[in-house]
Design a protein around this ligand. Structure first.
Ligand SMILES: NC(=O)c1ccc[n+]([C@@H]2O[C@H](COP(=O)([O-])OP(=O)(O)OC[C@H]3O[C@@H](n4cnc5c(N)ncnc54)[C@H](O)[C@@H]3O)[C@@H](O)[C@H]2O)c1
Length: 351
């Protein structure tokens, strides 16, 4: 649908900009012209492969609903390692089912936290292509660059808001055009509000969270599901819900978040039933309290002690504690599993 215009820069950087035209010769930045109107909404894409950075812009036909996401705290940084081909020579049939060799994965909310760590796991398990989608440009760009540098995998970053259905379908189409496939979606984009009593919950805040966590899940699943159905090869979709979709957290009031994650679980089951006929498996991961930037804020210190006390394993989950489950759900190791809500919570929901 979009032809790419490639710009060679003095710094050896390559900038490719998509435009609604069939082909165009390479030009310098100084003389570059495009048919993209200044007022047209654009989704920036940054791509890393073999040490080369590529920037491009894909145009979307409608206004994007992008909005800032406050980034509290920081994550413990972990690096990814490349999967060496020699592994394949010695692997047993059981372990080979867990490999994601040559698969292409989209990870929303992959700029940091659980999404970024699962993106790392996808590369370590053999994926050849990773598309990170996030609203935070700096985080997404850094994540894509480092992941590609560490593993040699072709990683793209799209600054896109999961609430924007047209932008989502356009970017997912671009992923399929670029890699020629789409096998896995990990839908990790999400926000949390807590310590807001239901009787005081501002209406616009409630709607915003539902829009990101629930509507965003639907729009992302739909855009990827359409491509997986079209390919005829099926795929695996993993929605990151929360144990808050199954229990009410204590002591903080967070009715909206809890309701949103219950919706994600039920949506996952519904669409799993619908799309089984296409070979698309859809499962949810429901984490307990995780030690991510979302929770690494001083205001939550006192509550965190209560969370740990109420968790049988007496700790928060590490930022990479979902990785192995994500690989399992993405891989043929779980080929008979769909519509499942996998609680991974240190036992919190047992009490
Ligand atoms: N951290 C926990 O304790 C915990 C527990 C249960 C479930 N979860 C869920 O796991 C997922 C990831 O959590 P995390 O701790 O890594 O959070 P995080 O805030 O560290 O990461 C979430 C990412 O999603 C992105 N994002 C937010 N809104 C977006 C939007 N509208 N469009 C695109 N990207 C958007 C953010 O920019 C961020 O990079 C969330 O869905 C969260 O609800 C987290």
């Amino acid at each position: 649908m979009f032809a790419r215009t490639t710009l060679r820069l003095a710094s050896r950087r390559t900038v490719a900009i998509s435009r609604p035209s069939t082909s165009i010769a390479p030009v310098t930045r100084a003389t570059f012209t495009t048919s993209i109107k200044r007022s047209d909404p654009e989704v920036p894409v940054v791509s890393y492969e073999g040490g080369n950075r590529t920037e491009e812009t894909i145009r979307v036909p409608a206004a994007t609903a992008a909005g800032p996401v406050t980034p509290p705290g920081t994550d413990e940084e972990k690096r990814a390692f490349p999967l060496k081909p020699s592994v394949y020579e010695h692997i047993t049939p059981t372990l080979s089912k867990f490999l994601l060799t040559n698969k292409v994965a989209i990870i929303t909310g992959g700029g940091r936290g659980l999404g970024l760590n699962m993106a790392q796991a996808m590369t370590e398990a053999g994926c050849r292509g990773i598309a990170i989608m996030d609203v935070q440009q700096d985080l997404g760009d850094k994540a894509a660059r480092e992941l590609s540098e560490q593993t040699g995998v072709d990683v793209r970053f799209y600054r896109v808001d999961v609430r924007d259905g047209q932008a989502m379908s356009q970017t997912v189409q671009d992923v399929v055009d670029h890699y020629g496939a789409l096998d896995i979606l990990i839908n990790a984009a999400g926000i949390a509000d807590s310590n807001i009593k239901a009787e005081e919950y501002p209406h616009d805040k409630f709607r915003r969270l539902i829009d990101i966590n629930v509507t965003g899940t639907f729009l992302t699943n739909q855009a990827c599901g359409i491509q997986m159905i079209r390919s005829g090869k099926g795929g695996s979709i993993i929605n990151i819900a929360s144990m808050s979709g199954s229990v009410v957290n204590y002591p903080q009031e967070q009715s909206c978040y809890n309701a949103s994650k219950a919706a994600v679980v039920q949506f996952t089951k519904s669409v799993a039933a619908e799309w089984a006929r296409y070979g698309i498996r859809v499962n949810a991961i429901s984490p307990g309290y995780m030690d991510t930037a979302l929770n690494r804020v001083p205001a939550l210190d006192a509550q965190k002690r209560i969370w740990v006390d109420h968790t049988p394993l007496k700790k928060l989950g590490a930022v990479d504690d979902l990785n192995s489950l994500a690989v399992y759900l993405a891989s043929d190791g779980s080929s008979f599993m769909t519509g499942n809500n996998c609680l991974i919570d240190g036992g919190y929901t047992l009490w």
